[in-house]
Design a protein around this ligand. Structure first.
Ligand code: ITT
Length: 221
């Protein structure tokens, strides 16, 4: 029988990606919706602290409460741009809602080059994700990183958030990122996450890596 995973998030794009990954493994991913303003995202330094705080706040809203057999999932991600000392990082939601993708591109205006390899180095960035899973009082964390760079222009498509401006580095046959200028078997051919399908994005995604890391620790469904 499928196990229910309540995913606390206001972002349906994240639910789609988690369900795509966990449904074939016997998990029924459901969005845990709470009234606006119920969960306060703390302004702390790390994604782990954000995720843990959200789990603690969300437990009061899980059907069945702390006695439930269901699982509770929170996943926090951020875009960390090297040239901006990691900004927006843990402030990614705020940055997206205020300056948006266009504002981030503007902050990097001075880091341009006609040489794509140089551009990819100057504008290097990572998506980082921390997935936290609560089950019967136990809390587990999974981590995932996706290396890449901030494109010169935004491209709209299937994705969400900063997808239109993030191009992942190619991956080698062991799923490890290659340095710019090296071409690997797993590649978007220079396209941003915004310009590729969800299936394609999954091959690179920080969220998938964080969920995979969690899966190794999860009770079998
Ligand atoms: P929650 O309700 O789950 O917190 P959120 O959209 O605020 O949803 P995060 O706090 O995890 O998600 O993410 C911080 C920001 O980074 C947010 O604006 C996202 O849109 C963006 N982001 C996270 N993962 C992303 C991804 O895979 N692609 C593009 N943008 C992403």
């Amino acid at each position: 029988m499928n196990r229910t995973v309540w995913f606390l998030t206001g972002n349906p794009g994240k639910v789609r990606e988690a369900a795509h990954h966990l449904a074939p493994l016997g998990y029924d991913v459901k969005q845990l919706e709470v009234p606006n303003g119920t969960i306060v995202e703390p302004q702390v330094d790390t994604l782990e602290e954000v995720a843990q705080s959200k789990i603690e706040q969300a437990l009061a809203h899980v059907p069945g409460g702390t006695e439930t057999e269901d699982l509770l999932l929170v996943e926090d991600a951020g875009l960390f741009i090297d040239a901006l000392q990691g900004f927006p990082g843990v402030y990614s939601s705020y940055a997206l809602n205020t300056i948006g993708c266009t504002g981030v591109l503007r902050l990097l205006n001075h880091l341009e080059s006609e040489d794509t390899v140089q551009c990819a180095q100057l504008r290097s960035a990572q998506f980082q994700a921390v997935a936290a899973l609560w089950h019967k009082g136990e809390l587990m964390f999974g981590h995932g990183v996706c290396q890449g760079w901030i494109a010169l222009n935004a491209t709209e498509g299937e994705g969400f958030g900063f997808d239109p401006i993030f191009t992942p580095y190619d991956l080698d046959e062991f799923d490890e990122p290659l340095k710019p200028g090296n071409y690997g078997p797993i590649s978007t051919h220079g396209k941003t996450f915004g310009a590729i399908s969800l299936e394609e994005k999954q091959k690179f995604s920080h969220r998938q890596k964080a969920l995979n890391d969690l899966l190794h620790q999860m009770p079998s469904a």
